[in-house]
Design a protein around this ligand. Structure first.
Ligand code: MLT
Length: 202
């Protein structure tokens, strides 16, 4: 997968896996890693799917309706890519914390829904429930932060509540920060994510 790897100054820190939103790329959310932990290594990945020229991590049939088969295919692809990247860049595969926005948060949530140990933690900005009707792996010890908008037209409030519940039912520890905005990524929620991260990984 097309990506950027930046070696951090402290190899004990988690590797921050950056996953962009629809129409973004591996460059445009690099600044999030700088804000959350400027000492950590960064692996920023570009989604392999194009929708009218816009990169995404998996196909959708319509706004908010995912192509499940494609989602599963690309979730497996990303998980295998993380195995390969850890070997190539010599970092601990068990020490990855994802930071995803929108479509990137959805593929990160899908990693959690399908694999017990794909991620050690995840910061999900405006995520949705990636799949319904499946049994999640045991996510004991996995830390998740969700930032959700009370007026998000793409991701209704109930969707974030359901995602939190599904993750907690699988034993993940989940913190939620509500912002009174829509689907956009705000500095207030990035600062909240930074605080959440620092309480766990600093
Ligand atoms: C998605 O398709 O993953 C969500 O609708 C968010 C988006 O990318 O707009």
């Amino acid at each position: 997968m097309q990506h950027i790897f930046k070696q951090g100054t402290n190899s004990e820190k988690p590797v921050l896996l950056l996953l962009h939103g629809t129409g973004g790329n591996e460059h445009d959310i690099l600044s999030l890693a700088d804000i959350v932990d400027s000492d950590a290594s960064v692996l920023s990945v570009r989604g392999n799917v194009l929708e009218n020229g816009m990169p995404r991590f998996f196909k959708r049939l319509a706004e908010g309706i995912f192509d499940e088969e494609d989602l599963i295919f690309h979730t497996n692809e990303l998980n295998a890519f993380l195995d390969k990247a850890a070997a190539e860049y010599k970092f601990d595969r068990q020490n990855i914390v994802a930071i995803g926005y929108s479509n990137g948060a959805n593929i990160a949530a899908s990693l959690l829904f399908h694999f017990k140990d794909a991620l050690k933690g995840a910061i999900l900005h405006h995520p949705m429930v990636p799949r319904r009707g499946i049994i999640l792996p045991d996510l004991t010890g996995i830390q998740v932060f969700i930032a959700a908008g009370t007026n998000d037209p793409i991701c209704p409030k109930q969707e974030s509540v359901e995602l939190q519940q599904l993750l907690e039912d699988a034993n993940a520890s989940v913190g939620v920060q509500w912002v009174s905005t829509g689907h956009q990524l705000t500095m207030a929620e990035v600062e909240a994510a930074k605080q959440w991260y620092e309480q766990r990984y600093s």
